[in-house]
Design a protein around this ligand. Structure first.
Ligand code: SAM
Length: 245
């Protein structure tokens, strides 16, 4: 298992510690390293989400709340609950929501995707941006998200995937394994975060493999929307109507 600081038995605590470390610079580095493309990807996810007109939305692994706030702006009558393991990431999100006057619409909780403190069938939709790759137990996290979703309702996952063809594959490899760690070393207080990122993407299931995982975790009608030559993908699945085993 790939973990931030190399202890395969303690991914959850390592992930929490890493995001607590990088929280103050996370937004800047995120947009800088992706050259702003992550914003377009999030917008695309919100466009898909809007079609369901959800009233109550779960943003799991909300981090500093960008996706939650984007959903709030796009759907002014929706309420969004953002949950994240890292209290420091949440603290940044809370301040941003207050500044953007979205704090009535977006509420934050420190919590764990693998043990969600909400009742069964609470939410009309759930979303996770760049979070599932960091779960210590991916299946447990997806099943828990399914448990708190109403039957038939969607889970939208935005995650890095693997570009498959020339020249994007080669360019991506150079960027993520050479340039990204170098930039991370120069500008981040936790350079390990920027070697963990490409390593964790390399071993994470993408495309059909991720869809299979979703199906095994109680989601149906699953599909992938590839983005930017498959550097990232949106996966959409719907909680099965029958009870989950
Ligand atoms: C790369 S950040 C993404 C944050 C945000 N969704 C975004 O798009 O900017 C990944 C986040 O996942 C959170 N995370 C990882 N494992 C988690 C878990 N089991 N439960 C809740 N949050 C988790 C981390 O704390 C971190 O804030």
């Amino acid at each position: 298992m790939v973990t931030p600081y190399h202890n395969p038995n303690d991914k959850k605590n390592e992930v929490r510690a890493m995001f607590n470390n990088i929280a103050p610079r996370y937004d800047f580095l995120n947009h800088f390293l992706s050259m702003g493309i992550d914003i377009l990807w999030r917008k695309r996810l919100i466009r898909e989400l809007r079609q369901y007109a959800p009233a109550l939305i779960l943003d799991m692994a909300t981090g500093t709340g960008d996706l939650a706030m984007m959903a709030a702006r796009a759907m002014p009558s929706a309420r969004i609950t953002g949950i994240d393991l890292s209290s420091e990431m949440i603290a940044v999100g809370v301040q941003k929501s207050i500044r953007q006057q979205l704090d009535q619409q977006v509420t934050y909780e420190v919590g764990d995707a693998e043990d969600i403190h909400h009742a069964d069938e609470t939410f009309d939709a759930a979303m996770v941006a760049f979070g599932v790759r960091n779960f210590a137990d991916l299946s447990l996290g997806l099943r828990e998200i399914g448990r708190v979703l109403k039957p038939g309702q969607p889970l939208l996952v935005l995650e890095f995937s693997q570009p498959g063809s020339f020249p994007m594959k080669q360019l991506y490899h150079f960027y993520s394994f050479s340039l990204l760690p170098l930039i991370g070393k120069l500008v981040s207080k936790d350079p390990r975060a920027y070697t963990y990122l490409p390593e964790s993407i390399r071993v994470f299931p993408s495309g059909h493999d991720f869809i299979k995982v979703m199906e095994n975790c109680g989601f149906t009608n699953c599909r992938q929307i590839p983005l930017s030559a498959r550097i990232a993908s949106i996966y959409i699945g719907h909680r099965k109507s029958m009870p989950q085993q």
